[in-house]
Design a binder for this molecule. Structure first.
Ligand SMILES: NC(=O)c1ccc[n+]([C@@H]2O[C@H](COP(=O)([O-])OP(=O)(O)OC[C@H]3O[C@@H](n4cnc5c(N)ncnc54)[C@H](OP(=O)(O)O)[C@@H]3O)[C@@H](O)[C@H]2O)c1
Length: 334
């Protein structure tokens, strides 16, 4: 490990009151743990989990001071792992990055080789982080839907939390693959954005959730990517067609799911969970390769905003309030 390189990072400190304080600080690579790879981070991105970490949520981060950032893409600076060499372009997402291991909101990370994915041909470091964990998770959900043979001509696919990071990516990938996408959003001022990334129909959140308490309702879609959970997921399940597939990844509405058994046993609906954090490396490589080739969407430029480290605190507050639209790319090159 090179003890001499100083770098900039967001540092989150937790006070005795439980409140956290964020600042950009100068750190030194000598302060990082001695893992297999030292990586110079060029880009990161903002995900909901980063905001939880920055706000001191103990379910995400227990050790402070801490540098969040569950996503990082950059260039290997030092490696003791024979699979990687100095100069290799790599992506690191998932596992413990940005949780209790200092993450991508710093210009350097030190990580085990088993967490690292070579940047696939067809993606730049910047593009990989516009996708980031949100795009990877959306693609993982789409992979499950495609894997259950739900083809584009089978019916519409619903995406909840559609203007959020995962939702935006799910909408864009599904419409790129020819699916008719229903976007559910609470942001009436973002219909233009959603249409531009390919949705066929927009529904207000209440249109989905303000329904009769009947345990099954007329079917309105055949598949779905749910990023919200709770009552939204229950409502989505009860309006899913025969042999439909709903994937769930998010808990924006909390951890409880109170629903009916009937969509499962009378319509053969499948509910498939997504954990992007610990997925098999062969699935991880396949998904990144898809994102670099057949599933690479045209709207990557349109659906992100690029910021610097100093701008992160304000963007973190916005994602906590459910007000972000699309993806926030963090440029750490200078
Ligand atoms: N399991 C995994 O591997 C995995 C990976 C990544 C993310 N996640 C989880 O997935 C969820 C979404 O992550 P993200 O990064 O996309 O977050 P995000 O950018 O904040 O998006 C969440 C979206 O949910 C919608 N929303 C907010 N409050 C709501 C409410 N009260 N009722 C209904 N909808 C509401 C909003 O979209 P609209 O305004 O358009 O409705 C918001 O933009 C989070 O819970 C995150 O922790 C899980």
């Amino acid at each position: 490990m090179n003890p001499g390189s100083s770098y900039n990072a967001i540092v989150v400190d937790k006070k005795k009151t439980g409140d956290t304080e964020l600042s950009v600080q100068k750190l030194n690579t000598g302060q990082l743990p001695n893992n297999d790879l030292l990586i110079r981070v060029h880009y990161s991105s903002l995900n909901f989990k980063d905001a939880l970490s920055a706000k001191g949520n103990p379910g995400v981060t227990r050790k402070f001071p801490h540098t969040p950032g569950i996503d990082a893409a950059g260039v290997v600076e030092q490696s003791s792992d024979s699979r990687f060499r100095k100069g290799d372009e790599v992506i690191v997402t998932s596992y413990d990055l940005g949780q209790n291991t200092w993450g991508g909101f710093g210009q350097y990370i030190s990580v085990p080789g088993d967490w690292v994915v070579p940047l696939p041909k067809g993606l730049t470091l910047k593009e990989s982080m516009i996708f980031g964990t949100a795009g990877f998770t959306a693609a993982y959900g789409v992979k499950k839907i495609v894997g259950q043979n739900v083809r584009p001509d089978a019916g519409a696919v619903i995406v909840t939390g559609a203007t959020g990071g995962v939702g935006t990516m799910a909408v864009a990938i599904l419409s790129h693959l020819g699916y008719s996408v229903i976007a559910v959003t609470g942001k009436s001022d973002q219909h233009g954005f959603l249409k531009k990334i390919g949705v066929s129909k927009i529904m207000d959140r209440q249109e989905v959730t303000d329904i009769s308490s009947k345990q099954m309702l007329s079917s309105r879609w055949v598949a779905g990517v749910d990023t919200v959970g709770g009552g939204m997921l229950d409502a989505v399940l009860r309006q899913t067609d025969h042999n439909g597939v709903i994937t769930c990844c998010g808990n924006v509405l909390g951890g409880e799911l109170d629903t009916s058994i009937y969509p499962f046993i009378l319509r053969g609906v499948s509910l498939m969970g997504i954990d992007s954090g610990i997925c098999l490396m062969e699935d991880r490589l396949e998904i990144w390769n898809k994102l670099a080739t057949d599933w690479k969407i045209d709207s990557l430029d349109y659906l992100h905003r690029e910021i610097k480290l100093e701008q992160l605190p304000a963007e973190i507050d916005k994602i906590i309030d459910g007000k972000q639209v699309g993806r926030i790319l963090v440029n750490l090159r200078s």
